[in-house]
Design a protein around this ligand. Structure first.
Ligand SMILES: [Zn+2]
Length: 205
C-alpha cells in the first residue's frame, strides 16, 4: 500500500521548514538540516574506505544511489554516484538524492533494518512499495503539482527548466499532471502547499 497522504504531508512539512522556496530544489540543502543524516558521493566513499567505485556499486546494489542505516545509532548515510557516465545528468542526480531522502523521511530503513542486521547494514530495499513511495516523494518534493499553475508550467519543457529534472522525468511528470488535473479530488494539502509557497515566496531559476 502506497501511503500517499503521508508522503504529501512529509513534503508539506519540508516546505514549511524552508525559509524561501527556491527552484530547482536542492536535496543537499534539505539533507543538511537532518542532524542524523549525511550525504557522500560514491567517489568520496570509495576513497575513504580504500575500495573501488565498482565495490560501492556492488555494496549499494545500485549504480545511482543508496542509503545506509545505522540502526544502533539511528544515523543515515546517503551515497550517490556523481559520475556523469551513462547519461547521469544533473537532473538525474537531483532525483537520486531526493529519492534516497525519501527513504529516510518515510522511515523505510528502520522498517526493514531488523532482518538485514546480520549483513552489513545496507538495505537493498527490494520492497517495491518502498521504491514507489520514494519516487513519489521525489516527484512531489522536486515538482509539486499544486504550484504548477502559479509557476505557469505549461509543458514538459517548463518542468525541466523550473524544477531541474531530467528530460525523461519531465515527460513523466507532465503525464501525471494531466491526469491529476482531470481526476484529482481537491484536498487541504493542495491548498496548504499553495499557501506555504505564497507566504515564503518563490525564487525561480
Ligand atoms: Zn530506492
Amino acid at each position: 500500500m502506497i501511503r500517499y497522504p503521508f508522503i504529501y504531508n512529509q513534503v508539506l512539512q519540508i516546505y514549511r521548514d524552508m525559509e524561501q522556496i527556491r527552484f530547482p530544489i536542492e536535496p543537499d540543502n534539505i539533507i543538511s538540516r537532518f542532524s542524523n543524516c549525511r550525504i557522500r558521493t560514491y567517489q568520496q566513499f570509495a576513497q575513504t574506505n580504500g575500495c573501488s567505485i565498482r565495490d560501492v556499486i556492488l555494496l549499494c546494489e545500485s549504480k545511482s544511489g543508496c542509503t545506509h542505516y545505522d540502526v544502533a545509532n539511528n544515523r543515515y548515510l546517503i551515497l550517490w554516484n556523481s559520475d556523469n557516465a551513462d547519461n547521469n545528468v544533473s537532473g538525474r542526480k537531483r532525483w537520486t538524492k531526493a529519492h534516497e531522502l525519501g527513504h529516510v523521511v518515510l522511515k523505510h530503513l528502520p522498517l526493514v533494518a531488523e532482518p538485514m542486521l546480520a549483513e552489513h547494514g545496507f538495505c537493498p530495499m527490494e520492497t517495491s512499495d518502498f521504491e514507489i513511495e520514494a519516487d513519489q516523494f521525489a516527484a512531489t518534493l522536486l515538482c509539486p503539482m499544486p504550484l504548477f499553475a502559479m509557476l505557469e508550467i505549461k509543458s514538459p519543457l517548463d518542468i525541466q527548466r523550473v524544477f531541474g529534472v531530467s528530460n525523461e522525468a519531465s515527460n513523466h511528470r507532465w503525464d501525471e499532471y494531466i491526469k491529476w488535473l482531470r481526476y484529482r479530488r481537491k484536498t487541504a494539502w493542495e491548498n496548504d502547499m499553495k499557501r506555504v509557497a505564497m507566504q515564503k515566496g518563490i525564487i525561480l531559476p
